[in-house]
Design a protein around this ligand. Sequence first.
Ligand SMILES: Nc1ncnc2c1ncn2[C@@H]1O[C@H](COP(=O)(O)OP(=O)(O)O)[C@@H](O)[C@H]1O
Ligand SMILES: [Mg+2]
Length: 502
Amino acid sequence: MASERDTVLSVNNLVINFKTDNGILKAVRDVSFDLKQGETLCIVGESGSGKSVTSKAIMGILANNAIIAGGNIMYRGENLLEVSEEEFYKIRGHKIGMIFQDPLSSLNPIVKIGKQITEATLINSDKLKLMYNDLISDDLIRYKNTLAKMNIAIDNEKKKLDAQITELKSRENQTPQEKAAAKAHIKEKTAAFKEFEKKTRAEYMDKAKQLKAVLENTEKEAKQKVKEYKEKVTAQHKEREAELKQKLARASTKEEKEKVKKEIEEEKLDLMNKLSITKAEAKRRALEIMREVGIPEPEKRFNQYPFEFSGGMRQRIVIAIALTVSPEILICDEPTTALDVTIQAQILELINRIKKERNLSCIFITHDLGVVANMADRVAVMYAGKIVEYGTVDEIFFEPKHPYTWALLSSIPDVDSKEKLEAIPGTPPNMIYPPKGDAFAIRSKYAMNIDFREEPPYYKISDTHYAATWLLDPNAPKVEMPKIVSERIRNSLEGDANEQTE
Ligand SMILES: Nc1ncnc2c1ncn2[C@@H]1O[C@H](COP(=O)(O)OP(=O)(O)O)[C@@H](O)[C@H]1O
Ligand SMILES: [Mg+2]
């Protein structure tokens, strides 16, 4: 089952439009990526390329004028685009945490920091429920994943069929024979699809049934365990309470009586603590997390308002809030863009440390490729609502293939000279009228005629590296990446080699 858990989140063919006064704006155009357990995936691209819209779709917080026109976001066997609001909130509240660019806008200015950190913990405070959910979670996900995979497999095949039918029907100027042939072809394809659907259902349902049986068994056991736990702590409590009541009856002085009464109160509180997360416990946890994210004097800070914190400290608070729910996935949307350079480095270091310690999977969004090198395992380069190239961090930095990736690499300020080498010419397109073909063509000196007509497919460079550029077509003329990029790569590789021989 390890392989099933390998991918924690999977975005497939996501399409998001916005209704605007000037027309339909195409913000995200057929975006797909997987997030693997324990990795950091960086999404990088200029402002307006669709990074935030993608992350907001995952969090379920898109603006009201958004239209989700296609695709799915699979997490724990659910399509996040389809689950009910309540379920979504649970998943979101529980397992996916998000940190935004501007910490001020995600904090409530008139509520004390402490309350904002404990709030999330107190929403899910029923310990018995948490215990039950934890016990069944693995088997539940396996079962749901199987159903989801079945539906997606069938859905994809259906889409292919629909596309073929549309294509066959739209052919113009056909002879009657051709029309008849097309009709027969459609019939054949439809039958083949029905067969595929039947076979796929049978295959998956077989597995699903087995998993369902396992799940039901686990649920039974979990219920029993939770019941036993509850009975045990209540029995212990009753016994202890009875003892204390006898002690109270035996007490002779007023002082002694007061003391025992206090003990009885504490015993009650102790039981409550065992069944649910109390305010006191939420506070204890909050202080612990505040320490974890490097906030000095947490006890004092707990009672302060956001305006009493510096920008860097505020971002630490936002990280603390995201962590209170013990997320499995952390989405960081330009978390350091509003901060100055030294603070930025500290926050990046903090995110990297927390990610390692908590074994989180991370989506890290930035417009700055310079930041990516220190954060990413894999990189998706986004332009005009599309992923134009993705690969491991080494593939993107040492073997970049898309002219837009080259342009981004040329524009990173040099660490030594600090000079910004080459600004990317031109501006991103107006996404109400996205350009035909390769959207970057108009800004690229490597553009060929076909770039202005047809959208390039993804060319596979390695098992982990893909790029959507016609330059990778076997018929394309050979072009070299800009000198500035290749020189940097050479310098950095030589630097590495020197380090190794030193
Ligand atoms: N609520 C909205 N209504 C209309 N357009 C929007 C809305 N939100 C975002 N957009 C547009 O969607 C595109 C992608 O935006 P965004 O994801 O925020 O970019 P970035 O990559 O900078 O995070 C931009 O053209 C932006 O103007
Ligand atoms: Mg953004």
